[in-house]
Design a protein around this ligand. Structure first.
Ligand SMILES: [Zn+2]
Length: 116
């Protein structure tokens, strides 16, 4: 199983250096635990990478990520997307990927709350 993924492939830089970078490992682990096919896996990463690029371009904070923001991304940004690089633009894939991501993101993004 050759790993032929090149460094230029689907904006991996955004995963490594983008605003979501601190959480990408956890997200990949999360996907890995779900036995997705390699294609799905890489589509999902491409989606998060695209989202990261958008978050960065709008200077949004991780804490402001919620379902409304994802909806905005899908409804407002996607139709007029001019992001650089080979970004994932399939709405269904993006929606699925970011939905999964959101499901876990709040755990990471939530401030640590100790016992009262
Ligand atoms: Zn875009």
């Amino acid at each position: 199983m050759g790993n032929t993924r090149s460094s230029e492939h689907s904006g991996i830089d955004w995963l490594a250096k983008g605003p979501l970078a601190p959480h990408i490992d956890a997200y990949m682990l999360y996907l890995g635990n779900r036995d997705y096919e390699a294609t799905t896996f890489s589509n999902y990463l491409g989606s998060v990478s695209h989202f990261a690029q958008w978050i960065h371009s709008r200077r949004l904070r991780l804490q402001s990520i919620d379902e409304a923001l994802v909806a905005k991304f899908l409804d407002k940004h996607l139709p007029r997307c001019r992001c650089s690089g080979p970004v994932q633009r399939d709405r269904r894939t993006l929606s699925a990927a970011l939905g999964h991501r959101l499901a876990r993101w709040h755990d990471y993004a939530a401030p640590h709350q100790g016992p009262p």
